[in-house]
Design a binder for this molecule. Structure first.
Ligand code: MN
Length: 397
């Protein structure tokens, strides 16, 4: 970071983490944006191109790409279209570091293309690691890509691990805000609404992950993510409810020393950490005043009220395609919930049913099998959602 400017490519630049990463790039002289990609938000992409003048941009949706091309024809930015275009841009943009903040399973595509470059990958797309962690890690090792987690818990653990050896780790302590329904009984959870689910107490995020935070599915994915990223088995990963979201996670070492990372809950912190690693630059957020916070609390999560967290531990130990199945069924169930097709408790019902009916794979895991398991779990989840809708219609008649 000394003197030279680090060129950053941001994949998924119009999403919540993407825009916050651009805030970091704007604020740090040592960072510049050389490429961006988005799905189809042409308006926001145009604004970003005009503000940052990256050499390259790409839109996953070819029609959106065509529109963007017209809109930014007066700029020097070259626009790529579709998945092939994104792959070409990743290969040719010459970034020093890539941030992947694409939403959902789709982000696995960008992760794989970025790894081919051998350059560091600041990874905000947890689905890449949840669904295909072992394969992604193998590929990264081969090409020399270092994966720097942008997820706040994993960013915290990454920092805490810098002071110890892998063999000295006793436990990872993964903190969870507990979401808007902390302390609710399964019965109370029966009646919660979409609006209540979307009101997260401490973090400002996209809708899908906000729902996942309310069901603790997000924490479950993060257990899998932590296990894969840091080579620590599920038994050594403990989830700790911490309502204040100040301690972002911690590592307990063999001597029972616990090292934790504390800061205000703000994704810009994590984006900057990953983009400027191993340097520490002046903070993108306000200082944390512990005296003002006063006290911090910790508790165990309720696995009965939040069964998807328990199911994630099971998927981690079942391995193979199961984490991908869990992710796909959940993505579909959450979208059905956001579309008001199913109710809150039915998210876990759909996901669990799809998981249970998926037979294990008898052959070694490949990316192709992950994609297939993903597609099949989505179909199965869609089928379950339709059945629930039909039932509901019968009841309301
Ligand atoms: Mn997180």
């Amino acid at each position: 970071m000394k003197g030279s400017v680090r060129k950053v490519a941001v994949l998924g630049s119009t999403g919540s983490v993407g825009t916050q990463a651009l805030d970091v790039i704007r604020a740090q002289e040592g960072l510049s944006l050389c490429a961006l990609s988005a799905k189809n938000n042409v308006e926001e992409a145009e604004k970003q191109i005009r503000a940052f003048s990256p050499a390259f941009a790409a839109m996953a949706d070819p029609r959106a790409a065509a529109e963007l091309m017209l809109r930014v024809a007066d700029t020097g930015t070259r626009v790529f279209a579709g998945r092939e275009g994104i792959a070409e841009m990743i290969a040719s943009c010459g970034a020093d570091v890539y941030l992947n903040s694409v939403l959902g399973f789709e982000g696995l595509f960008s992760t794989r293309e970025i790894i081919k470059t051998g350059k560091p990958l600041a990874l905000s797309n947890k689905e890449s690691i949840v669904t295909a962690g072992e394969l992604v890690k193998k590929a990264a090792k081969r090409s020399g890509t270092e994966i720097l987690p942008v997820d706040s818990e994993h960013c915290a653990i990454h920092q805490c691990l810098r002071v110890g050896e892998h063999g000295e780790i006793k436990k990872l302590l993964l903190t969870a805000s507990g979401g808007p329904f902390y302390g609710y009984s399964p019965r109370e959870l029966e009646k919660v609404t979409l609006e209540e689910t979307l009101a997260h107490p401490t973090w400002k995020m996209g809708k899908k992950i906000t729902v996942d935070s309310a069901t603790l599915m997000n924490k479950g994915f993060e257990v899998i993510e932590a296990s894969r990223l840091f080579d620590v088995p599920g038994e050594k990963i403990e989830v700790l409810v911490h309502r204040e979201s100040i301690v972002h996670s911690a590592v307990e070492y063999a001597d029972h020393a616990i090292l934790a990372q504390l800061s205000l809950p703000d994704m810009r912190f994590c984006a900057q950490y990953a983009l400027t690693y191993p340097c520490r630059l002046p903070g993108p957020t306000e200082e944390l005043s512990l005296a003002e916070i006063g006290s911090l609390s910790f508790a165990r999560p309720d696995l009965t009220a939040f069964p998807l967290l328990a199911l994630a531990y099971r998927a981690l130990s079942d391995g193979g395609i199961y984490p991908a199945v869990l992710n796909a069924a959940n993505e579909e169930a959450v979208h059905a919930f956001l579309d008001k097709k199913i109710r809150y408790p039915e998210i876990a019902e759909v996901v669990t049913a799809v998981y249970e009916e998926t037979p294990p794979l008898g052959v070694p895991l490949t990316f192709k099998q992950i994609y297939q398991a993903d597609a099949e779990a989505r179909l199965a989840a869609g089928e379950r959602v339709r059945r629930i809708e039909i039932q509901e219609r019968k009841l309301s008649r």
